[in-house]
Design a protein around this ligand. Structure first.
Ligand SMILES: [Zn+2]
Length: 343
């Protein structure tokens, strides 16, 4: 397994000012230097400049010293975590969310990039992460955020920055390594097991309760109506072995649900089609759906939004509203992980 250095570190040079008090505290009785008239070098007490304070250069934060490579608009750019994370947080979570939810998201986003900094990403080996949300994480810069937030820019930017700086350098580890900190918008009661999604079960990406409801989440329940012609065309284009030679009411059978309540597989045209496949084929908001024949069309009713693995963002916001800290939110959605700080 390729092992890379996690972060690069800037070298900070602290230049100390040399003492500048030479001759400036000369008492009035002292002999005048030969280079100038005495009166100009004999200031009164009130005119004597105060000794220069030697202020050490501020120590850079962990996020300011960690350099990563990000693919932005197809261009690989180097930037620090302090430069990168606010643009992720601003794009991935509503800035009006509770501060503890924003902090949890900041840690998840930081962890996500550190994980890929170690293991790389096959889609773009030249950069740890990209700005495509279907691959990595959204990354928005100031012009886009000013357009997104309008008059609320200063307020929202301050909230985002606070969440990043309050969690400076913090990320999640499992057995000492950064975790794959997946997150999604909302779940329907429970999050999803990673094994269902990707075939590999990660011990910290297991199904847990998630508290959000339709009262907390916009468009929590969505519907999609599909004509029998479009349904048949879509299925046969992807699954030509499906038998849709009968009448439409007979095309769809029972669904098998997984332990999180999502569709593991559904019978379509005599085939067991995975819920994840159906989600992709019909651009469903999640795999938590029902499918019924209404008499004239097929109707999907979908709950929640996203793949369902890891932290639910709306669930995190509800937990924060109920008093949970970002550490509690993270340990709930990523069980068994440890909140660690960059050295
Ligand atoms: Zn990517």
């Amino acid at each position: 397994m390729k092992r890379c250095v996690i972060v690069s570190v800037f070298c900070i040079v602290c230049a100390l000012l040399l003492p500048l008090a030479l001759g400036r505290s000369i008492p009035e009785s002292a002999p005048a230097p030969v280079s100038g008239p005495a009166e100009t070098l004999s200031p009164t007490a009130s005119e004597t400049p105060a000794p220069v304070q030697q202020t050490p250069a501020p120590t850079p934060s962990a996020d300011e010293t960690a350099v990563i490579t990000v693919l932005v608009g197809g261009q690989a750019r180097q930037m620090t975590l302090a430069e990168y994370l606010p643009g992720v947080l601003a794009g991935e979570m509503p800035a009006a969310f509770e501060e503890e939810a924003l902090r949890a998201q900041a840690v998840a986003a930081r962890t996500f990039v550190l994980y890929h900094q170690v293991l790389g990403c096959a889609a773009h080996p030249e950069a740890a992460v990209c700005d495509d949300p279907s691959c990595c994480q959204v990354f928005l810069e100031e012009p886009a955020l000013r357009e997104k937030w309008g008059d609320g820019y200063d307020t929202y930017w301050a909230r985002i920055q606070e969440a990043v700086t309050a969690t400076d350098g913090e990320y999640l580890t499992y057995e000492g390594e950064p975790i794959l900190a997946c997150f999604h918008s909302s779940s329907a009661g429970r999050t999803e097991n990673s094994g269902v999604l990707w075939g590999t079960s990660l011990p910290y990406l297991v199904s847990v309760d998630s508290p959000e409801t339709a009262e907390d989440v916009p468009n929590y329940i969505s519907t999609l109506e599909v004509s029998p012609e479009d349904f048949r065309d879509t299925i046969l284009a992807a699954l030509p072995e499906a038998d849709l030679s009968t009448l439409p009411p007979e095309w769809v059978g029972e669904s098998a649900l997984d332990s999180s309540g999502r569709v593991a597989a559904i019978r379509v045209g005599g085939l067991a089609v995975p819920g994840t496949r159906m989600r992709t084929l019909f651009s469903l908001r999640s795999t938590n759906f029902t499918l019924e024949w209404t008499g004239r069309s097929f109707l999907f009713t979908v709950t929640g939004f996203g793949h369902g693995a890891g932290m639910s963002q709306y669930g995190a916001n509800v937990m924060a509203q109920e008093g949970s800290t970002y550490g509690e939110i993270l340990s709930h959605y990523y069980p068994g992980t440890v909140l660690t700080t960059l050295a």
